[in-house]
Design a binder for this molecule. Structure first.
Ligand SMILES: *[C@@H]1O[C@H](CO)[C@@H](O)[C@H](O)[C@H]1NC(C)=O
Ligand SMILES: *[C@@H]1O[C@H](CO)[C@@H](O)[C@H](O)[C@H]1NC(C)=O
Ligand SMILES: *[C@@H]1O[C@H](CO)[C@@H](O)[C@H](O)[C@H]1NC(C)=O
Length: 469
């Protein structure tokens, strides 16, 4: 009888596994059919059957040729990026920062816009665009790039204007790169100041809500190139004082931190009051890969946080250090940089005992405290934690401040790369071309699908920063 039950269980298991396998297989098949256009190919072959003849090929030779061709494609893309990096560094070196600089540039959103009287708006101006086959029939300008500035930033901020001014030098490199390698599509430059220069020039349109949420510093290619892979534990204070607006800002802060993490990174989120609560209790004591699915899953749990009780930061810190260290020692995770992001409205103590136990003297884990709210009575302890643990302190008083403040930690994390003058070329995974605004992305994507000519791209980026300027 026991045996029968076992056999039955085995059989059930077998059926489940089989179901999985066939569901999985079916999924793969439908994806590959959708994206490879294999049915179209089969039909084309059928039409041509009479004129088709069989020819034997040497598989090894074929693979070698394909590999060589691929290598050449990658080499040329990396070469184009390298030329841009060199030009950018040179132009930046020659540039004297001038806070009063007045400079009109072509803003991607404002070009060809006119006011009620028919006059060009500021930073707009006439910008000639022509449809181009190579760019999915989008209207582009092949001699100039355009500049996009995130919506929450001022178009004429001196930092932006200076950056846009010196990076004009990239226009001729963009054009030259495209002449040398006509298979190139979009070329861009993303600045740590937030502006984004894109070649060829193209007009950007806001989405149906009238906004463009694009910030180049949130894109995977930017983050991957700017920082090494990292393990991150986010600690969120949910003690009673965080009630209301502070908790809303805290949630937004955590969500923005998640935006800056990518497939190479690992993370977890712990909420604390007098106890510690993993926001996803199933993932207690570990870190997970910061891929889109995991990030979305954690975001859903953020909405369930509520504030009560008192905050005992010491235990939360100890827990964070413990999982970061265990994960690192096990050789899992990113094995590179480690950080604790602390989202709170203040700390009454310095917790030097905790740091002494887990992080000093090596200070392998950086601490980035985000002080939520307008008060700064409890800021000193947090500042001290940042300073003594190679981190950076920020205060976030309103929802509008969140993104800009969260982004700052990236500069700190990229410092070692700058000091080492690293110029690695970083390859992202393949992208479906969604280069432009979300609006464009959606329609390009639909167009691509309807034409069976889905354009998958691999992006290549390099990071560069100038330490002493
Ligand atoms: C790009 O736009 C500028 C400014 O409108 C114009 O002078 C130039 O001729 C355009 N280039 C092309 C290739 O259309
Ligand atoms: C672009 O438009 C031309 C003419 O209108 C058409 O022949 C061509 O197939 C289109 N190309 C793409 C990629 O849509
Ligand atoms: C994590 O799991 C362990 C063992 O299952 C349990 O003892 C511990 O209380 C859990 N911790 C938290 C914070 O949920």
């Amino acid at each position: 009888m026991l045996l029968l039950v076992w056999l039955l269980m085995l059989f059930v298991l077998y059926v489940i596994v089989k179901l999985w396998a066939s569901a999985f297989g079916g999924e793969i098949k439908s994806i590959s059919t959708k994206y490879s256009g294999s049915q179209l190919l089969q039909k084309k072959y059928k039409d041509q059957e009479k004129s088709v003849r069989l020819e034997e090929v040497d598989g090894a030779k074929l693979v070698k040729t394909v590999a060589e061709n691929m290598e050449e494609i990658f080499r040329r893309k990396a070469e184009a990026t390298r030329r841009l990096v060199e030009a950018a560094e040179e132009a930046h070196l020659q540039h004297e920062e001038n806070p009063d600089l007045q400079y009109e540039y072509f803003n991607a959103v404002l070009i060809n816009e006119v006011d009620e009287d028919g006059n060009s708006v500021e930073l707009g101006g006439e910008f000639i665009l022509e449809p181009n086959d190579h760019f999915n029939n989008l209207s582009v300008n092949l001699s100039l790039s355009v500049v996009q500035v995130p919506t929450n930033m001022y178009n004429k901020d001196p930092d932006i204007v200076n950056g846009v001014y010196w990076s004009e030098a990239l226009n001729k490199v963009f054009v030259d790169n495209f002449e040398r390698d006509p298979s190139l599509i979009w070329q861009y430059f993303g600045s740590a100041k937030g502006f984004f220069r894109q070649y060829p020039g193209v007009k950007w349109h806001p989405d149906e809500h009238g906004v463009i949420s694009f910030d180049c510093r949130n894109r995977k290619w930017y983050i991957q190139a700017a920082t090494s892979p990292k393990d991150v534990v986010i600690l969120v204070d949910v003690s009673g004082s965080m009630k209301g607006l502070r908790l809303t800002i805290a949630r937004q802060t955590v969500s923005s931190i998640l935006d800056t993490l990518g497939d190479d990174d690992f993370f977890n989120i712990i909420a604390y009051n007098q106890e510690i609560h993993y926001v996803e209790p199933c993932l207690n004591g570990t870190l997970v890969q910061a891929d889109r699915t995991n990030k979305d899953h954690f975001r859903e749990h953020l909405d369930k946080l509520f504030a009560k009780g008192i905050g005992l930061l010491g235990e939360a810190l100890a827990e964070a250090f413990t999982i970061l260290n265990e994960f690192n020692q096990a050789g899992r995770g990113s094995v590179c940089s480690r950080a604790i992001m602390l989202v709170t409205d203040g700390a009454t103590k310095m917790y030097d005992d905790v740091f002494a136990k887990y992080n000093w003297p090596e200070r392998k884990v950086r601490i980035f405290p985000y002080l939520i709210g307008r008060e700064s009575a409890f800021a000193d302890n947090l500042k001290w934690m940042a300073c003594t643990n190679k981190g950076y302190f920020s205060q976030i008083s309103t929802l509008a401040d969140v993104q800009e403040n969260v982004m700052r930690y990236l500069h700190v994390m990229s410092r070692p790369k700058v000091i080492d003058h690293e110029h690695d070329t970083v390859w992202t995974e393949a992208y479906v071309d969604s280069a432009v605004s979300p609006h464009y992305a959606a329609c390009l994507y639909r167009r691509a699908l309807s034409q069976h000519s889905n354009s998958i791209r691999i992006q290549c980026s390099q990071y560069s920063q100038w330490p002493n300027k």
